[in-house]
Ligand binder design. Sequence first.
Ligand code: ZN
Ligand code: ZN
Length: 297
Amino acid sequence: MNYGNKNIRKKGNVALFGLLILANTIVCAQNEGSQTLNQKGFIGKALAAMATSNAMHRWNEMCGRWMNNSGSPASEELQKLAKEAQTAVGIPEERQVPIMVTDDPDVDGAMADRKAIYVSKYVDDSDYLYGTKRCTLFHESVHIKYHDMSCSMIPTMAGFFGAPILTRALIKPQGRLKLLYPISMIAGFYSGRIVQKKYRDYYERRADIEGHYATGCHVCVSEHAGELRNTLDYINQGLETLKSIENPNDEQVAAAKVCEGFIEGKKRYLSPDENEIIAADLKRDNKVCALHENQAK
Ligand SMILES: [Zn+2]
Ligand SMILES: [Zn+2]
């Protein structure tokens, strides 16, 4: 009996050690990823292998088991682009997901869920630049490839469940000290949230970098960079105007907050300049998509 308990504790320690390494890897990856456009280092490769593994795919299926896709199927143009994007970033046929149009106000642009890529009606509109559409779908496809939605939950869950196990393994609290269990659970949860946030910063950059290179078109990436630059300029100008108002009303204060939130949120992604670097790389290698090649003729 004793032997069995020791065995379980030993396994628990090994599991915890693994989780700590995972958390550390994610934090390091985020630091590495925020400085460079090259995420092909050891940490990037280790995370990629973990995120595309069969175990992670099963975990993703488990997380999405009770979820049904909502919205309506996207236009034929987007269906074709999403298929092309998922194949190009290396998602095996059986793991590819459909693309849906949603009127969910939380989806401003596009979002990769566990079983589908969602786009707003705006993206499915013909006015949207082709290059931006293509870059957006390639970005979302990279999220699907790495099961980012399901993968990012792991640090928080590991913190929540792992911290009490760690407390038991290290301190073995008795009597009143048993209060350490719920405390460690809460501390573990919030530590996990910090790691989760860092991982999110990392995977947004990864989706941009890997997705943009996979488009294989300097014009597409350039169009996307231009549109991003225009949007950021527009929002920054709006914010400046709002801030110059001496006695702003509630609506103006709220609008300034929305602008600040937008600018802050965009920091997780590649900047327009970084997008241009990728476009220049693709141009140097004469990479251009079929549509832009035809247009140039
Ligand atoms: Zn994203
Ligand atoms: Zn193109």
